[in-house]
Design a protein around this ligand. Structure first.
Ligand code: SAH
Ligand code: SF4
Ligand code: F3S
Length: 476
């Protein structure tokens, strides 16, 4: 039996993940599946029996990172041909056989819709078979066939050590995406939108609480498009899921990412307003402030619709923080179009924005029909300008907190090197307010996982700095 021999000699898995939270969650699932086959995680790539890269294709930069990692690993494979090299995730689905051409030392190429099959594929690779490619097939309508069974059964089995912290975990509420924004590779690598059964989501939240988790982030490429019809015809929406998950005993905070502007319904905003355990922060990417560009992107809304949605969210939820994503230098973006995006960021008062230079992706509609006509130095300049504007706004908004007391769920020791005068030698802890503001303060590690009241004494564009006033009751 595989498990008996595995118990005799445990093997080692080195697993590197790039990309979004979906990929981080997939890595937890892969690690758990291989743990059952006798593999423990290692940080030392040279000691590994299997080296896996869970990859991202959203921008060229993400792919370059993986190809250079594959280049570095070649020597290891030459020294130790027994080590199995795997490329998983979105790049595996997108590039398929090209990966084996560019990196012939790779043994497995496994798309995100096929990770259920990894144990079987790894065993085959270990027996010296030729390299295997397991990717989802394209249907006639261009969508992908993913293993549907894996979606309902495999999520609960996870590797807890890969979580952001022991008390924070992701739950996938849906996978795939049906929006087909013209610049984006995600629908063609992750397949069509599929919402999970509400009962499976709530059961997973309960299981995670039993493992010590107190904060859940619900994941979906367009999480607020979640919809599941039950046998009796009743429709469950994201607002219903949020209500049910926040009611699970032991849960202290619930977040959800990423939202699509058109699906920001009133019932969802009201759920965020009415349930204090739901984080008062909404990530809802705008991508551009110019209607013509939004049309070319096929985002299906106008800039003024987006701004009205922002106003509605703020009116409904006092104190809500809103964050966004923007792409600069999309095909046809002239200075006037870019200025409209600057205007939206100026008026939008986002807590923060992620800003990306447009990266043309093979297989997308934009790549097929528009010229990537904004030179890279212009993309760079626009990126810097938009970032400088957003940073100024983030700083102004954070400074409004100075002198106030905020309630913070403590996440752990601060990774940041920011040390304020006089704080050396004292542990720096970091946590977040309900409106997702990172807050750093001095305190003992025993506060991790608890709520504390912090008096804010200073602020940068990304962090509030303060002193603990009163530790509140233990969160667990
Ligand atoms: N599903 C999410 C985000 C997916 S990708 C959503 O719809 O909001 C995360 C971000 O990467 C996007 O919001 C977009 O800003 C950026 N992005 C996606 N494709 C890109 C591309 N080809 N070039 C540059 N940025 C891109
Ligand atoms: Fe990509 Fe658009 Fe889907 Fe987001 S909504 S994953 S940007 S296609
Ligand atoms: Fe990247 Fe795939 Fe996520 S392309 S952003 S890892 S869905």
């Amino acid at each position: 039996m595989a498990n008996e021999s595995a118990a005799a000699a445990r093997k080692k898995l080195y697993l590197e993940t790039v990309g979004c939270q979906m990929n981080m969650l997939d890595s937890e699932i892969v690690a758990a599946k291989l743990r059952d086959e006798g593999y423990d995680l290692t940080q030392d790539v040279n000691a590994a029996d299997a080296v896996f890269y869970n990859t991202c294709s959203v921008r060229q930069h993400a792919e370059d990172k993986t190809y250079s990692a594959l280049g570095r690993i070649k020597r290891l494979k030459e020294r130790n041909p027994g080590v199995a090299i795997g490329v998983l995730g979105c790049m595996a689905q997108k590039d398929q056989a090209t990966i084996l051409k560019r990196a012939p030392h790779v043994d497995l190429v496994v798309g995100p819709g096929q990770i259920d099959r990894i144990p079987e594929l790894l065993a085959a690779a270990k027996s010296g078979n030729p390299p295997a490619i397991a990717v989802s097939k394209s249907r006639r309508d261009g969508t992908l066939e993913v293993i549907a069974s894996s979606f309902t059964v495999y999520d609960p089995d996870r590797e807890p050590s890969l979580r952001p912290t022991p008390f924070q975990a992701f739950i996938r509420v849906m996978m795939g995406c049906d929006k087909f924004c013209t610049y984006c590779v995600v629908p063609s690598v992750r397949g069509p939108e599929q919402s999970r059964e509400p009962e499976a989501i709530v059961a997973e939240a309960r299981m995670l609480v039993d493992q010590g988790v107190r904060e859940i982030t619900l994941l979906g490429q367009t999480v607020n498009s979640y919809q599941k019809r039950s046998a009796d015809g009743r429709i469950t929406r994201l607002s219903d899921i949020l209500e049910r998950v926040q009611a699970v005993p032991g849960i202290e905070r619930v977040k959800f990412v990423t939202n699509f502007p058109n699906d920001m319904s009133q019932d969802l905003l009201q759920a965020v307003r009415d349930f204090p355990k739901i984080s008062r922060s909404i990530h809802v990417p705008a991508q551009s402030g110019c209607d013509q560009i939004l049309k070319r992107m096929k985002r299906m809304y106008t800039a003024s619709f987006y701004e009205e949605m922002l106003a509605r969210a703020r009116e409904t939820i006092p104190g809500v923080a809103i964050s966004s994503d923007f792409i600069v230098g999309f095909c046809g973006e002239d200075e006037a179009a870019f200025e409209r995006t600057m205007g939206l960021v100026e008026r939008g008062r986002f807590k923060n924005s992620f800003i990306f230079k447009y990266s043309t992706r093979l297989g997308t509609k934009a790549d097929a029909i528009y010229a990537d006509d904004v030179p890279d130095d212009v993309k760079k300049r626009r990126n810097n300008e938009l970032l400088a504007l957003q940073t100024r706004i983030s700083l102004e908004d954070n400074q409004r907190f100075v002198g106030r007391e905020v309630e913070v769920l403590v996440e752990g020791p601060s990774r940041s090197t920011a040390r304020r005068e006089g704080w050396e030698g004292v542990s720096q802890l970091v946590g977040r307010t309900s409106c997702d503001r990172i807050t750093a303060f001095a305190g003992e590690l025993e506060l991790v996982g608890r709520f504390v009241r912090v008096r804010v004494e200073g602020a940068s564009a990304v962090t509030l700095f303060g002193r603990v006033e009163t530790p509140l009751a233990s969160a667990w």
